[in-house]
Design a protein around this ligand. Structure first.
Ligand SMILES: O=C(O)CCC(=O)C(=O)O
Length: 469
């Protein structure tokens, strides 16, 4: 049975669960239907980050204060600087725009904290030296819009021993981070920490599978060298995300999938900040259906695939976010992969008559990899990696390693979704050859030629589907 994108018309608010759902409930009520859910602080109780990184907010008194949008906790800056001060981080400047994102600069974490404090003082008037030194006091008077937002800090990669948190069971079936962990050629992951002051924000977007820095590089390249650049922007793949608030409040504005045509101007450029949209330019944006949600200290939001969103911080906010995917959203990933490739082919269409077909496809794959972080080989390898791990688990070879089977969808469901993607990929004349070549050069084949390795993989998957579906 082929995948059908759900209808979201009935979703007018986001369910809030005080008690974390079982994996079974989460799978059937949220993951498969692709519906957001907010889960209460019980999901993150006991996390080291929620103890070490924060302290009670002296301005928050009692239950009324919570409903008054006052965070219950504030960052413990002294602890954070002392423990992580030397770490390099990327900081976005929320007052400036660079294409579809905010410009970023690299700095030490301690300098970021200092800047954050300084920006609060600047926005409040004249800066005094004693204020600059006393960063902690500034946080407490952080009532103005501030500027610097630390984003996409690969915290687990930077501090693997620290154990700031444990991925909740319901989110453990995570193919993106699993696949990237097995790769020897590139070291990366999709596990992030965000920190920023009151008024910092993340512009309108849907979650993606890509290298952000390379994406920005390519965006600039595309802007300057392609006359039809706007057709390439924004190229997004639909991953899930989950975001757990350690302190502060996040205001999310989420948009049902399937409304992308309302988000663009005539040239195909997307809305940047949902609070400031020119109706003359984005004439249909007001029609877009949206849900606004406040996420408080300790709460976790599941953001499904393809839900565009914008996030604004109320008070000083720290969160832990993962981008992730698995069999449930694989069809969305695949659909956006196909769309990405189509956009790239369109952008390079002037080369079609100049290059033989395999070479043209090679150019497209190269551009796709730089822009979106994947190509035929990466997509195939992710699917193959998961398929092989499933097989090992079924044969009892993986011991306690990896996500337990009871925290994954049924094997037949997973195998069928992988098979659909692999067959979709092989429907492209060049794709099988490209993947086969990769097996020959780097893939460590167990059988014959590269193309035989590809066929063997498909045979094995079909076997799994027949046995378990
Ligand atoms: O917290 C933020 O500023 C952005 C997070 C986000 O967009 C996400 O987790 O999907």
């Amino acid at each position: 049975m082929s995948f059908i994108d759900p209808n979201y018309d009935h979703i007018t608010s986001i369910p809030c669960l005080a008690t974390p759902p079982s994996y079974h409930e989460f799978l059937h009520n949220y993951l498969i239907p692709n519906v957001p859910v907010l889960i209460g602080p019980a999901l993150t109780t006991g996390w080291r980050a929620r103890c070490d990184w924060v302290r009670p907010n002296p301005d928050c008194h009692g239950e009324e204060a919570i409903s008054e949008k006052i965070p219950r906790f504030v960052p413990d800056f002294a602890f954070l600087i002392d423990r992580f001060g030397d770490a390099p981080v990327q900081v976005a400047d929320c007052r400036r725009r660079e294409f579809t994102d905010q410009p970023r600069v690299g700095m030490m974490f301690a300098d970021f904290v200092e800047k954050w404090g300084t920006s609060v003082v600047e926005s409040e008037g004249e800066m005094k030296n004693d204020q600059v030194r006393d960063i902690e006091a500034k946080w407490e008077h952080d009532s103005d819009r501030t500027r610097y937002y630390l984003k996409d800090w690969h915290f687990v990669k930077a501090f693997p021993e620290y154990g700031a948190y444990k991925t909740p069971d319901i989110f453990r079936d995570d193919w993106m981070n699993e696949f990237w962990h097995t790769r020897n050629d590139v070291r990366d992951d999709y596990r992030f920490v965000y920190m920023g002051g009151h008024g910092t924000f993340t512009p309108f977007h849907a979650d993606v599978y890509r290298y952000r820095s390379r994406y920005l590089l390519l965006e600039s390249f595309v802007y300057f060298y392609f006359s039809h650049a706007s057709y390439l922007l924004p190229i997004v793949c639909r991953s899930y995300s989950w975001s757990a608030n350690i302190c502060g409040i996040k205001r999310w504005t989420l948009f049902h999938p399937g409304q992308e045509h309302l988000f663009k101007d005539k040239l195909g450029n997307m809305v940047y900040d949902v609070r400031d949209v020119d109706p003359a330019r984005f004439s249909r944006f007001a029609e877009a259906r949206r849900i606004v949600l406040l996420q408080r200290d300790g709460e976790t939001l599941f953001v499904p695939s393809g839900w565009f969103h914008q996030v604004e911080n109320i008070g000083s906010t720290i969160s832990i976010n993962h981008n992730w995917s698995n069999a449930c959203n694989l069809p969305y990933l695949h659909t956006s992969f196909v769309a990405d490739l189509g956009e790239v082919r369109y952008a390079l269409r002037d080369l079609i008559d100049l290059l033989p077909s395999p070479e043209f496809e090679r150019e497209c794959q190269r551009l796709l990899l730089v822009n979106s972080g994947w190509d035929w080989i990466v997509l195939w390898r992710m699917c193959a990696c998961i398929m092989q791990r499933l097989r090992r688990q079924l044969e009892g070879e993986d011991g306690d390693k990896g996500t337990p089977m009871e925290l994954q969808p049924p094997v037949g469901f997973q195998a069928k979704r992988i098979l659909d993607v692999m067959m979709g990929l092989l429907a492209e004349t060049e794709a099988g050859k490209v993947v086969g070549k990769w097996y020959e050069e780097e893939g460590g084949m167990e059988v014959g030629t590269g193309e035989e390795a590809v066929e063997e993989m498909v045979r094995e998957l079909k076997g799994l589907v027949e046995e378990y579906e």
